[in-house]
Design a protein around this ligand. Structure first.
Ligand code: GLU
Length: 448
């Protein structure tokens, strides 16, 4: 499958060792694609068994999370923390709370996080955690009891200089608060062990907005560099309605674009003349019945249940910000047919591999989540710095640093891709640039 015998060996070993872990295997496959040239010109990679060491997590924890429902019934979920690679800094990555969560998904996300965190330029290793518990439909008290039970296990493995979890799908400010409270009680320590905390107990301004805003800043750089253009007058689809999507929608609107369609678990909704992104933010902050509430406000809004249909709507820029595998090959064909010129991922791996290949082959410039959604973890890194300094910075200070980081991630990916004579291949740029720093650290730290 690969030209390099070494890459084939790595890929086969992962398939053999991780049967059924399709998300993780996909992530490794996509990454190895970008290593083809590098392993040929740099023998130190194979000599030091860098790829062998990269595809195996340093540590994996799996634990039982028993909690009691409001009705007095006992529920049991499974908790995970995958500490994937700490070559360049303490493990860092979110906690996903969703029914779909399994070891494969947490490993895929943790693997991606290694390169994403490296690209930010901040000293953060890669990790990820989560549980097959979904907060949707649970009461506040149930969510609290779950988070407390989860932390009574997780606290053994984490620490401000060891492993610093944060939010992800299903794990927002409320969950981080409950997790942090229990960590503090168990350890008697008020440290920056989680990021995305509330502003009253060590959180950073602009952390909530960071992933969505960062995605918009990154995409602005793409527009400027590749098209000598900006968001002004562009039609944009932002899938999702969660934290990433709503802030991306707000920022691209502020930069002059029209957001024509968005979606949530119930389906998608659109208005060719533009959605009211402020109303969407206000509604989605208080309820999950977004489509119902929004169409009450704007009765001319169209909607549909099949989320794939959102990609049939005409747009210049597509920003998938919901979850993994939301764009398949057929969706990619629709986007190309309708003249979409840029696809920038806000979620983690929302585009399937054959769809990415099709988009790139057909002139759509593609940016992988590990580059374009790195703004969230970047501001998490800034939250860690503020906690260590016992200081908090202003919104403007953090937002300006975020802008600089997104610009430098774009430049790093672009310049790296250019060296391979593939200036539009940001996946290649992101994988190689993210990898090189980690590789250097692994070699210098010796065989550990
Ligand atoms: N879950 C986010 C991500 O996928 C943020 C992680 C963090 O802030 O540590 O990058």
């Amino acid at each position: 499958m690969y030209k390099s015998e070494y890459l084939n060996r790595i890929y086969e070993s992962v398939v053999k060792k991780c049967p059924g872990e399709k998300e993780f295997i996909n992530a490794v496959e996509e990454f190895l694609d970008s290593m083809e040239y590098l392993v040929k010109v740099d023998p130190s990679i194979e000599k030091n068994a860098i790829l062998e060491r990269l595809v195996v997590p340093e540590r994996v924890f799996q634990f039982r999370v028993p909690w009691m429902g409001d009705d007095g019934k006992i529920h049991v979920n499974t908790g995970y923390r995958v500490q994937f690679n700490s070559a360049i800094g303490p493990f860092k990555g979110g906690i996903r709370l969703d029914e779909s969560v399994n070891l494969s998904i947490i490993k895929f996300l943790g693997f991606e996080q290694i390169f994403k965190n490296s690209l930010t330029g901040l000293p953060m290793g890669g990790g990820k955690g989560g549980s097959d518990f979904s907060p949707i439909g649970k009461s506040d008290n149930e969510v609290m009891r779950f988070c407390q039970a989860f932390m009574t296990e997780l606290f053994h493995f984490i620490g401000p200089d060891t492993d610093v979890p944060a939010g992800d799908l299903g794990c927002g400010a409320r969950e981080i608060g409950y997790l942090y409270g229990m960590y503090k009680k168990l350890t008697k320590e008020h440290t920056g062990v989680l990021t995305g905390k509330g502003l009253s107990f060590g959180g950073s301004l602009a952390r909530t907005e960071a992933t969505g805003f960062g995605l918009a800043y990154f995409t602005s750089e793409m527009l400027k560099t590749y098209k000598n253009d900006s968001f002004k007058g562009k039609k944009v689809i932002v899938s999702g309605c969660g934290n990433v999507a709503k802030h991306a929608a707000l920022k691209v609107h502020e930069l002059g674009a029209t957001v024509v369609a968005m979606s949530n678990i119930q389906g998608y909704f659109y208005d060719e003349n533009g959605l009211d992104v402020y109303a969407i933010k206000e509604i989605s902050d208080r309820t999950i019945n977004i489509i119902e509430e929004y169409t009450k406000l704007y009765p001319n809004t169209k909607s549909g249940e099949n989320k794939h249909d959102i990609w049939k709507i005409k747009c210049d820029i597509a920003m998938p910000c919901a979850t993994q595998n939301e764009i398949n090959l057929d969706d990619a064909k629709e986007l190309v047919k309708n003249g979409c010129m840029i696809l920038a991922e806000g979620a983690n791996m929302p585009t399937e591999l054959d769809a990415i290949r099709y988009l790139m082959k057909n002139g759509v410039i593609f940016s992988p989540g590990k580059a374009s959604n790195a703004g969230g973890v970047a501001v998490s890194g800034l939250e860690m710095t503020q906690n260590a300094e016992h200081l908090s910075w202003t919104f403007e200070e953090v937002d300006n640093k975020l802008k600089d980081i997104m610009k430098s991630i774009f430049n790093l990916c672009y310049e790296t891709a250019k060296k391979f004579n593939e200036p539009e291949n940001l996946s290649l740029g992101a994988n190689v640039a993210g990898f090189l720093k980690v590789k250097d650290a692994i070699i210098r730290e010796g065989l550990v």
